[in-house]
Design a protein around this ligand. Structure first.
Ligand code: ATR
Length: 283
C-alpha cells in the first residue's frame, strides 16, 4: 500500500526504541488491512518525553504506544488517564482526540487476559487462586486484570517483599503477599501460575521454582517471550500442565490502540505470530 499525504500516523515512544517489536506488529496490520497509515519508532529521551508527547497532536499523530522507561511519566503527562491506567500506575497507549487532547489508557492487562483466552480456551478466569511471581510494572497490569476477572485469591510473591506489600496495598482486593522463599509452597491448589519477573529471559538467571505442589490442572503462563519456551514453561509442560507463552500478550495489548488510531479491528493470527517470531530469530 502506498502512503499518501493523508496517511494516518501513530508510533511508539521509548528510550531506546530500536528493539521494539511494535513497528513490525502494527506494520503487519497496516499492510494486511490495506490502510493508508504509518507506525514509526520514536526514540525520545526521558528529559524530552513530556514535550514531545504534547507536540504529537500538532504533527497530526493520532496517538502512540509508550514503552520503557516512559510508561509512568505518560500517566502524568496525558490530559486524562482512564481509571484502568490510574490503577495500574502506567499508560501504554495514548489516543489523540479530535480536540487535540491526549487520553491515556493501559492495555497490558487486556493483552494478558486475551492471550490466555486465545491460547488456553479450556481455561476460564476467576475459577481459582492465582499465583503471580514478581511485583514490577507488568505484575500490576496482570493483577488488575485478574482482579477484574473475578479471581478469588491472588498470591503475590516477590524477591523484594516490600515492593509486593506496596503493590497489594495500592490495589486492594484479594491479594495476599508471601515471601519469595515460599514460592513453591503457595502453588498448592492454584489454578494459574504467572511469571512476571525477568528470570528465565535470555541472558538472565533462570527461574528456580519447584512445581511439585502445583495441580496439573493449573495453567502456567510466562510473560517472558525470549525465549518463547522458558524453563518454567518447559518444566510445566513436562508434568502435564497447560502452558501459554508470553508473545501473545504483546500481540493482544496492541489491538485497542490500533483500532483507535486506524479505525479497523486487527486480528492476532498465526501468520502474525510467525512474522514476529521471524524477527525474534526464533522461527
Ligand atoms: P517490569 O516492569 O517489566 O515488570 P521490573 O519493574 O524491572 O520490570 O520488575 C522485574 C521483576 O523481576 C521484579 O519483580 C524483580 O524483583 P525485585 O522487585 O525484587 O527487583 C524481579 N526480578 C528480577 N531479577 C530477579 C532475581 N534475580 N530474582 C528474583 N526476582 C527478580
Amino acid at each position: 500500500m502506498t502512503m499518501t499525504g493523508q496517511a494516518k500516523l501513530a508510533g511508539v515512544m521509548g528510550w531506546p526504541v530500536n528493539h521494539s517489536l511494535s513497528p513490525v506488529l502494527h506494520g503487519h496490520w497496516l499492510d494486511a488491512l490495506g490502510i493508508d497509515g504509518a507506525y514509526v519508532p520514536l526514540a525520545v529521551a526521558p528529559e524530552d518525553f513530556a514535550r514531545v508527547l504534547a507536540a504529537l497532536p500538532k504533527m497530526g499523530f493520532r496517538g502512540v504506544n509508550v514503552t520503557v522507561p516512559h510508561k509512568e511519566a505518560a500517566l502524568a503527562a496525558v490530559d486524562e488517564a482512564d481509571a484502568l491506567a490510574r490503577r495500574i500506575g502506567a499508560v501504554n497507549t495514548v489516543i489523540v482526540g479530535d480536540d487535540g487532547r491526549l487520553t491515556g489508557t493501559n492495555t497490558d492487562g487486556f493483552g494478558f487476559l486475551e492471550n490466555l483466552k486465545g491460547s488456553a480456551p479450556g481455561w476460564v478466569a476467576g475459577q481459582g487462586p492465582a499465583v503471580v511471581l514478581g511485583a514490577g510494572g507488568a505484575a500490576r497490569a496482570v493483577i488488575v486484570a485478574l482482579m477484574d476477572a473475578g479471581t478469588p485469591q491472588i498470591r503475590l510473591v516477590n524477591r523484594t517483599r516490600a515492593r509486593a506489600d506496596r503493590l497489594a496495598e495500592d490495589l486492594g482486593g484479594p491479594v495476599t503477599v508471601h515471601d519469595w522463599d515460599d514460592r513453591a509452597a503457595i502453588l498448592a491448589d492454584a489454578d494459574l501460575l504467572v511469571n512476571t519477573t525477568t528470570l528465565g529471559m535470555t541472558g538472565k538467571d533462570p527461574l528456580e521454582i519447584s512445581l511439585d505442589a502445583l495441580p496439573t490442572t493449573a495453567l502456567v503462563n510466562d510473560i517472558v517471550y525470549a525465549p518463547l519456551e522458558t524453563g518454567l514453561l518447559a518444566a510445566a509442560r513436562a508434568r502435564g500442565n497447560a502452558v501459554v507463552d508470553g508473545l501473545g500478550m504483546l500481540l493482544h495489548q496492541a489491538r485497542p490502540g490500533f483500532e483507535a488510531w486506524f479505525g479497523q479491528v486487527p486480528q492476532v493470527t498465526p501468520d502474525l505470530r510467525a512474522r514476529i517470531l521471524a524477527h525474534l530469530g526464533q522461527s
